[in-house]
Design a binder for this molecule. Structure first.
Ligand SMILES: [Fe+2]
Ligand SMILES: [Fe+2]
Length: 405
């Protein structure tokens, strides 16, 4: 039994031997259900509750369960080396404990409570929403639409070689990361959507159509299945969403919307954890493959980071995304200066100036990256001045029942 018991894994099977539940461990769920011989072998194995930490099983998994690694085998090896670190971060709480995690209903009127209280709270939300200016509503809507296109972002994660989830339920730290991350993100769109619905000031049907079109259009951030590029992108993007939600929350608070302020602050808190995680993953990549990571980072920044909702459409305004982005800029929710600040932050967090690179292309990339925040800041400041001279022309917004803003 000792030898069999030593061959322990990640999933427990129940054995009815001796009239009770005894854990016989198998390498993973797929093998537990697929392999009848494994089940027979393990049914007569009785393992006492763990006193010693089980050895990690080294099992050869079938080809179809392996992550894709066609174009970037060496980068996939690097991502393999980071996998234990990713699991350590998950275990240490970088993602929420699913039992304790906040849920959208925690921030909304309690539909299970006394009916009059529920109506009172909805009346209060509707009253508060009357005081929210249309431009702020537009930014809140745009942020919600962006969150609601979550299927697109999980698709993106699963294009990345070496960190993808080839079965949809693969038992790896990278697979667990992307699924748990998605489960956290899923609450953001849900909560904002319900909140805007209760406020009664926006055309939910037009917004829902926009979401449907955005998911249908997809999104290509030019990550090219490359995990380095993918996680550089998410490092940037999570910080951008944190800034945006945080600023919208403050503005809502300023116009007396305590509900919205709390909601946006809580979502921004999630984004803050996510940005930290992705930035730590890239930090490990920089340690293991400084040349490769530096070149990928520079290349991503040369093309500029595209925003995930850039293909949004309400079916009639061909410039919907740009118009939304302009409103966000005018309200100082997310501007070109923020873009430069994010670059600055990433360079500092990753200590780009201290990374030891050797290949000439990587040295060139490093020099380019170090100059970039200052360059972007100058460009952004110039851009802000140009915008200030050219005020936005009000247009009709389908999201606002054709109100002009
Ligand atoms: Fe989010
Ligand atoms: Fe996030």
């Amino acid at each position: 039994m000792g030898a069999k018991a030593a061959k322990v894994g990640l999933v427990t099977l129940f054995s009815l031997a001796e009239g009770g539940y005894h854990a016989a461990q198998l390498p993973n769920r797929q093998q537990a259900t697929r392999s009848s011989s494994a089940r027979i072998v393990n049914l007569d194995v009785v393992v006492k509750p763990d006193t010693v930490k089980p050895q990690k099983a080294v099992e050869e998994v079938p080809e179809y369960m392996k992550s894709k690694r066609n174009m970037y085998p060496s980068k996939c090896d690097v991502m393999d080396q980071i996998e234990d670190f990713v699991q350590e971060q998950i275990d240490a709480g970088i993602l929420l404990d699913q039992e304790k995690a906040w849920q959208p209903s925690d921030f909304l009127p309690d539909s299970q409570g006394p009916m009059e209280e529920w109506f009172d709270e909805i009346r209060e939300i509707r009253k508060v929403h009357e005081e929210i200016p249309d431009d702020l509503l537009l930014v809140l809507i745009g942020d919600m639409v962006t969150e609601e296109a979550l299927p697109t972002y999980l698709t993106l994660l699963n294009t990345l070689e070496g960190t993808d989830d080839p079965t949809g339920a693969v038992d790896t730290a990278w697979g667990r990361w992307s699924r748990q991350w998605t489960s956290e993100e899923n609450r953001h769109g849900d909560l904002l959507n319900r909140y805007l619905y209760l406020g009664g000031r926006v055309n939910m049907r037009a917004i829902e159509q926009t979401i449907m079109r955005l998911i249908s259009s997809g999104f290509d951030p030019d990550t090219r299945c490359d995990p380095y590029r993918g996680f550089i992108y998410t490092s940037f993007q999570e910080r951008a969403t944190k800034i945006s939600h945080g600023n919208v929350g403050k503005l809502l608070g300023n116009c007396g919307d305590k509900w919205g302020a709390k909601i946006c602050a809580r979502i921004a808190g999630d984004e803050a954890r996510h940005e930290k995680a992705y930035q730590m993953f890239v930090q490990r990549v920089l340690e293991l493959d400084p040349d490769g990571a530096m070149i990928s980072y520079a290349d991503m920044m040369k093309k500029q980071i595209v925003m995930p909702a850039e293909l949004m459409s309400d079916g009639r305004n061909p410039n919907l995304y740009n118009d939304f982005a302009r409103v966000a800029t005018d309200l100082n929710v997310y501007t070109g200066i923020d873009y430069a600040d994010i670059m600055d932050h990433l360079n500092t967090f990753w200590k780009i100036d201290q990374v030891r690179v050797t290949a000439p292309e990587a040295v060139e990339a490093q020099e380019y990256l170090m100059k970039l925040p200052t360059r972007y800041r100058k460009l952004a400041e110039r851009g802000q001045k140009t915008l200030a001279k050219n005020p936005r022309e009000p247009i009709e917004w389908s999201w606002l029942n054709d109100r002009k803003c």
